[in-house]
Design a protein around this ligand. Structure first.
Ligand code: C2G
Length: 143
């Protein structure tokens, strides 16, 4: 079984994310997505509209995704590859050549997939005039 791992915030899920996840799954048989926690997003200088639990539940509903794990730091990638027996780490091409991924080439394949042009979470926020959700209202109802 070929295991694929990818990282991201995956806020305000859109077809660019879905196309990335579909192609990532096509690289193997099992796709793990490490989704940035709210705390790590703060380190990345990002404020997601949806909180971690909401973004995690939405990703888990996607047919291409087999497992969702938290991304808590830049430094965890090597441990993730070993802990989950990952064969391929893949990212969108905006990460192409980034040392955070290039440094993994001694323990796994690293693949960059073309980024989908014309869509981004930033663009959605800007065009919808979205403000960060007030705590709680973006929660997926329990039932
Ligand atoms: N993506 C894409 N096309 C878009 C938008 C995003 O292919 N139009 C890809 C990105 O290249 C990335 C994934 O979808 O591989 C998730 O995008 P983001 O949620 O924006 O992830 P990012 O903030 O880049 O976080 O440690 C790595 C970081 O966690 C990546």
């Amino acid at each position: 079984m070929k295991r694929v791992l990818t990282y991201g915030t995956y806020d305000l899920l859109h077809y660019g994310h879905i196309r990335l996840l579909k192609r990532a799954k096509e690289l193997g048989d099992y796709l793990i997505v490490a989704i940035s926690t709210d705390e790590f997003n703060a380190i990345k200088g990002k404020k997601a509209y949806h909180n971690y639990n909401t973004r995690k539940e939405m990703l888990e509903a996607i047919r291409y995704v087999d497992l969702v794990i938290p991304e808590k730091s830049w430094e965890q990638k090597r441990d993730d590859v070993e802990k989950y027996y990952v064969d391929v780490v893949c990212m969108g091409s905006d990460w192409k050549g980034n040392e955070k991924f290039e440094d993994l080439r001694d323990i796994c394949e690293v693949v960059y997939l073309d980024r989908t042009e014309g869509i981004s979470t930033t663009q959605i926020k800007r065009e919808l005039g979205l403000q960060p959700a007030v705590d709680g209202i973006d929660q997926i109802p329990e039932n």
